[in-house]
Design a protein around this ligand. Sequence first.
Ligand code: ATP
Length: 365
Amino acid sequence: MADLQLDNVTKVFTEDDGNEIVAVDEVSLDIDDGEFLVLVGPSGCGKSTTLRMVAGLETVSAGQIRLGSSVINDARPKERDIAMVFQSYALYPHMTVRENMSFGLEESTSMPDEKIAVTVEEAAEMLGIDDLLDRKPDDLSGGQQQRVALGRAIVRDPEVFLLDEPLSNLDAKLRAQMRTELQRIQEEIGVATIYVTHDQTEAMTMADKIAILNDGQLQQVGTPLECYHEPNNLFVAGFIGEPSMNFFDVTRQGDRLVHDAFEYELSAETAGEVGDQRDLVLGVRPEDIEVGSERDGSHSYETRVDVVEPMGDENNVYLAFGPDSEPFVATIDGFQHVEGGQSVVARIPEDAIHVFDRSSGRALR
Ligand code: ATP
């Protein structure tokens, strides 16, 4: 068992016209043995390229990839002891489940046939597909096919497990079920895992640690809760959390944050944390905004309900300070009754606010 380390790993693609695309820009990551790291970010941010470099399917332009104490930059994929599961399951349609799972072992190891048979059956049992071993992929549901693809990777007993959007072809219900299952399996096999997704819910629910990429650059690495409560910058703050954090452009005037439609008074302590930058962004998570009828202190504001989006146990309420101001969203309890057009008071507690430097996006608080 070994740790996987990426040290300033960069990938530059050169297009036919000579144009260079920096797909991955000096990314450093450390994935401990047994750790489940979720690499998350919007489409085109470099997730798959990062994973493909680790798997050896793409060359590394600069930096080092280490597995344990060895640098594996130039090792061929087969020499890496790394198993990868793709979004498309890539099963062989003419082979049974058993053959699909044993094929790689027969090709790449000198494991005796009896041992291969036992390994495949054990993996199939762990995945709950032991009764499907003699079927062909076409006779399986999407979820079952995904399990076979996982099984094929597990039987290789790899040092590192790479999963590239493995659940994206499944329907919402099955996806939720497979999330839990994948976590269980990963814990059981206990290897360093990188799981790529653009779905922040998947990242939040599955990860020991999240790495957030944007434009090829690593924005933050931390536990899901760290990234949620203490985002490093505007990008992470906006990417993690659903609905997204509300952002207001504000200007610092003394201890006040002044917005076109409201002013927010900072305590001396918060003002000290924020420093003396002038152009700032105030960030508030929808779930931190309290909606009521009475004004309560300086952090509560008269607003008008624009739209209510019922979510079942919660409602997303879109509020506006005035007819010309952009709506912002508050998430309130599903039992609390508000309706479009109603006047309500929104309170923004000071302990919940985030403040960012507007030009760099860096979190100040
Ligand atoms: P998605 O979630 O859409 O799969 P991603 O985060 O996995 O996206 P990558 O596939 O790693 O992103 O792509 C990162 C960047 O590199 C993109 O701008 C992409 O267009 C570019 N890119 C990827 N592969 C190549 C290639 N073979 N040649 C040129 N550019 C490439």
